[in-house]
Design a protein around this ligand. Structure first.
Ligand code: SF4
Length: 446
């Protein structure tokens, strides 16, 4: 149903939350672009604004609501010329309740319905359905399709989701209720996604999911994350591969072997321990304890020298005593991790932890989180400073306003670990540098 209107409606996607949302936004943008819509990065000029929300904790939900009302206040939205679609985790978590609360939205698209985004937009603008784009033989709108549609800030880096959902049911977590049961994506799907991004000029691929270490275990013919990473690293030797969100149980010797065998796999492991005191971990419905985690860390460092380790920790979980918090502090001191993300416990409706007795006082939670933050930062700064004099490869990503080139090394994950300033190279190049200085998370080199 082609319409008389030649100017295709423009669609802007505003992405909040995690890297998984970035992937979902890019996939929605590709569908819309191939259907003939004009994808724009400027919500002010868009005919439809898709807000891809995050809602796993209260703070994220509040940010999504604030952003929604900011967009609802835009001139063209107020004037009725532009419509807002609320997508992602908030409609998945709150469903119909939202429609009453956020009546300014013209449509609500939970994660499970994002594949229908073209129909949703067509229903909103029935008189302006564009002619589908003329696609290249490879089915894309052109070699720059990824660069045009990525929600990320660089065309040289990309995330690839390898599974969705989670079955672990950690007692504080809402994600299983938002993203559903765990299911791996197939090897062919993932390989095709990587090939598409590599063909578009991407040099670094970060594999993501809620539970990356579980990849392939739900297949009839079981496989493993190690097999997947080995396959990708050998199939795309010019591309860096990184993996995030591996639960402790997912770090196998097979995986560490693959890290050692493939130069283009970043020697970087992000393992969310969440806590170290056994009673707290059990109340979180998680396994392990400080000793087991320290043994795992020692084994990883023995098997993969120069490995960079990141974790996530929660402070102030219900029932956490002074002694258990002290055990967490001792663990951080002994583990000496390179990077630590720390959250004060967030009491989330619908989770089992929210019903637990002995909720920790908000002030105490914040104090404990700050204490963990300060200690972890001091350890990170020292470990990063130890890199001075080392020769490392850096993927050049861009130029700052003052012309300073920057990039990231294999020991720096996107969006969380800072950048490296370099003196030569152009965006997309991988250059060898000698680290000459560091400042907290940032590095510089010749
Ligand atoms: S493993 Fe992660 S996503 Fe899954 S329930 Fe636990 S915290 Fe949530």
């Amino acid at each position: 149903m082609a319409n008389a209107n030649t100017t295709a409606p423009s669609i802007a996607i505003v992405t909040l939350g995690c890297a998984k949302n970035e992937v979902d936004s890019q996939e929605m943008a590709v569908k819309l672009a191939r259907a003939g819509y004009a994808v724009t990065r400027d919500p002010e000029e868009a005919d439809v604004i898709i807000l891809n929300t995050c809602s796993f904790i209260q703070v994220a939900t509040e940010e999504s609501i604030d952003t929604f009302f900011e967009l609802a206040g835009l001139e063209r939205v107020v004037g009725g010329e532009s419509k807002i679609v609320l997508a992602g985790c908030m409609p998945s978590r709150y469903g119909a309740d939202l429609e009453a609360e956020l009546s300014e939205a013209s449509a609500f698209v939970p994660c499970s319905r994002e594949d229908d985004i073209v129909e949703v937009v067509a229903d909103l603008l029935p008189d302006r359905v564009p002619e589908p784009a003329i696609l290249e033989p490879d089915g894309t709108i052109g070699a720059n399709e990824y660069a045009l549609t990525t929600a990320g800030d660089s065309p040289f880096v990309a995330y690839v989701k390898i599974s969705d959902g989670c079955d672990r049911m950690c007692s504080y977590c809402t994600i299983p209720f938002i993203r559903g049961r765990y299911h791996s994506y197939s090897l062919d799907e993932i390989t095709a996604d990587v090939a598409y991004k590599v063909k578009s000029g991407v040099r670094e691929i970060t594999l993501i999911a809620q539970d990356t270490g579980r990849w392939g275990q739900d297949f009839e013919e079981r496989s493993s994350l190690a097999a997947l990473m080995d396959h990708l690293a050998k199939r795309f030797p010019q591309t860096w591969f990184r993996v995030m969100y591996i639960q402790p149980e997912g770090v196998t010797d097979e995986l560490l072997q693959v890290f050692g065998d493939n130069e283009n796999i970043c020697r970087y492991l992000d393992i969310p321990f969440q806590h170290a005191a056994k009673p707290v971990l059990r109340a979180m419905n998680r396994r392990g304890n400080a000793d087991a985690f320290l043994k795992l860390i020692a084994h990883i460092r023995e098997t993969v020298p120069d490995v960079t380790l990141r974790t996530t920790l929660i402070a102030g979980f219900p029932g956490e005593t002074e002694e258990q918090f002290a055990e967490l502090i001792d663990f951080i001191e002994s583990a000496e991790l390179d990077y630590v993300g720390v959250f004060p416990y967030s009491r989330e409706d619908g989770t089992r932890a929210a019903e637990l007795e002995d909720q920790v006082d908000e002030e105490v939670k914040q104090e404990r989180a700050q204490e963990v933050r300060d200690l972890a930062d001091s350890i990170s700064a020292a470990r990063i400073a130890d890199r001075v004099g080392k020769r490392i490869p850096v993927l050049v990503l861009g130029c700052e306003e003052d012309g300073q080139l920057f990039g990231r090394a294999q020991c720096q994950a996107p969006d969380v670990d800072g950048v490296t300033y370099v003196s030569a190279g152009k965006p997309g190049d991988i250059v060898e540098i000698e680290v000459t200085g560091t400042l907290m998370y940032e590095m510089e080199g010749e």
